[in-house]
Design a protein around this ligand. Structure first.
Ligand SMILES: [Fe+2]
Length: 372
C-alpha cells in the first residue's frame, strides 16, 4: 500500500533574479503571474518575447472555469513547452492545468470527460506561505456551469519543480501573511490526526507545526521585522505541510470552513481558524487517547503550557496575529448553520473521511453552535 510520495524537486533561491538566471527563460516559456508579481518583476520576466499571463487582467477572486477559458483564448496559437507560475493559490492552481495537452473545455477536464495528459514541464513558485499547492496534485476551480467548487486531483498535475523564493513573501502584509500561515498550520495539524497519516507524513506535519508556531511566537514579539527575517522558514513550513496533507489529507476544519468562506467571503485561512478549536475540542472529548494525545503533548511543549490548555494557549498566540471572531461576527445566522451542516455532510465527504473520529451531522451542528 502506498505510504508517501514527494514528486516535485524542491529548490530554494534568494531572489527572482537568481531564478531567471538559473532557468534561462526563453519564448518557449509560458509564465503565469499575479498582478503584484507583474508590477515588481514584470520587466525581469518579460524579456526575450516571453508571453506573460497577468492575472491582474482577469476578475479578482477565486479561480473559475471562465477564467481558465479566458486564458485559453489569450494564449491561443502560442507554442510553449514549459509553464512557470509565480503567485498565490489561484495562479498556481490555474497554471497547473496549462501543463496538460488539452485544457478546454475545462468543465469536461474536471468531470473527466477529457483525459488529463501531461505535455509540458511545470515549475511552481508560491508567493504566500499557506496553500502548499506547489507540492500537491490538486487544482480547485469554481465551475460556474454547475455552481460549485470542484477539485481535480490527478498525478499529471504535480510540478516538476517547486522553487521557494523568500524575497516573494517578505513583503506580504501582516494580515495576509497571518491568514496564509494559519492555513498551513491547520494543514499540518489536520494531516497529523488523519486516519491516512503515517510516520512519514507525521514527520512533515510535526516539523511544519514547530516552525510555524515558533515563527508566530517570534512575529508576536518582533512584528513585521520578524516576519521578514523568517520568511524562508515559513515557506519551508508551508511546503512541508503541503507534502503532509497532499499524502494524508485535510479534514473537518477545512470542510466546515468552506461554507463560511463562500457565503461571507472570509479568507480561507481565517475561516479555518474560526473552526479550528471547535473541531479539535470535540475530537478531544470523543477520543482523547489517540493521535491527538501525542499532538497535544507536542504542541504543549512548544507553547510551554499543560496539555489540557493547548487550545487556550494556541488562541492566545494566534490572537496576537489574527484575532479570532465568533461566527455571528461574520454575519452568519442560525438558519445558515443548518445549511452549512447539510453542505458539509453531503458535499464535503472527501474531507470528512479524513476526520480523526467520525463526526455526524448532529455533532457538526453542535460545533457550529459552539463557535456561533
Ligand atoms: Fe487550506
Amino acid at each position: 500500500m502506498k505510504q508517501f510520495s514527494v514528486i516535485p524537486v524542491i529548490k530554494m533561491m534568494d531572489t527572482v533574479e537568481e531564478f531567471t538566471k538559473e532557468y534561462s527563460m526563453d519564448k518557449k516559456d509560458l509564465v503565469f503571474v499575479s498582478g503584484s508579481v507583474y508590477k515588481r518583476f514584470g520587466s525581469l520576466l518579460s524579456r526575450e518575447g516571453i508571453h506573460i499571463v497577468n492575472f491582474a487582467n482577469y476578475p479578482k477572486g477565486e479561480p473559475t472555469d471562465l477564467l481558465v477559458e479566458g486564458i485559453c483564448k489569450e494564449i491561443a496559437g502560442i507554442d510553449y513547452d514549459r509553464v512557470i507560475a509565480i503567485g498565490g493559490g489561484t495562479v498556481i492552481d490555474v497554471a497547473k492545468l496549462f501543463s496538460l495537452e488539452k485544457v478546454s473545455p475545462v468543465v469536461d477536464l474536471f468531470q473527466k470527460k477529457i483525459p488529463a495528459i501531461r505535455s509540458k514541464k511545470l515549475v511552481l513558485i508560491p508567493t504566500t506561505c499557506g496553500t502548499g499547492s506547489e507540492v500537491t496534485n490538486i487544482s480547485i476551480l469554481e465551475l460556474t456551469t454547475i455552481n460549485s467548487k470542484f477539485g481535480l486531483a490527478v498525478d499529471e498535475l504535480y510540478a516538476d519543480e517547486a522553487v521557494l523564493i523568500p524575497e516573494l513573501v517578505k513583503d506580504i502584509p501582516l494580515k495576509f501573511f497571518a491568514t496564509s500561515a494559519i492555513d498551513a498550520l491547520i494543514h499540518s495539524i489536520e494531516s497529523y490526526t488523519s486516519p491516512k497519516a503515517n510516520a512519514f507524513t507525521q514527520a512533515y506535519s510535526l516539523q511544519a507545526m514547530s516552525m510555524i508556531l515558533k515563527g508566530f511566537q517570534a512575529v508576536a514579539k518582533g512584528g513585521d521585522e520578524a516576519k521578514r527575517r523568517l520568511a524562508g522558514n515559513f515557506l519551508y513550513a508551508s511546503c512541508m505541510a503541503g507534502i503532509a496533507f497532499g499524502n494524508a489529507g485535510c479534514a473537518a476544519v477545512h470542510a466546515m470552513s468552506y461554507p463560511l468562506g463562500a457565503t461571507h467571503h472570509v479568507p480561507h485561512g481565517e475561516a479555518n481558524y474560526a473552526m479550528f478549536t471547535g473541531v479539535y475540542k470535540t475530537y478531544q472529548a470523543i477520543d482523547p487517547d489517540g493521535a491527538i494525545k501525542d499532538l497535544n503533548a507536542f504542541l504543549a511543549d512548544i507553547l510551554s503550557c499543560e496539555s489540557d490548555q493547548i487550545y487556550v494557549a494556541i488562541e492566545a498566540l494566534l490572537d496576537q496575529i489574527l484575532p479570532k471572531k465568533a461566527l455571528h461576527e461574520y454575519g452568519v445566522t442560525q438558519e445558515e448553520l443548518v445549511t452549512y451542516t447539510e453542505t458539509v455532510m453531503t458535499q464535503q465527504t472527501r474531507l470528512m473521511n479524513n476526520n480523526y473520529v467520525e463526526l455526524d451531522g448532529e455533532t457538526v451542528m453542535e460545533i457550529y453552535q459552539s463557535l456561533f
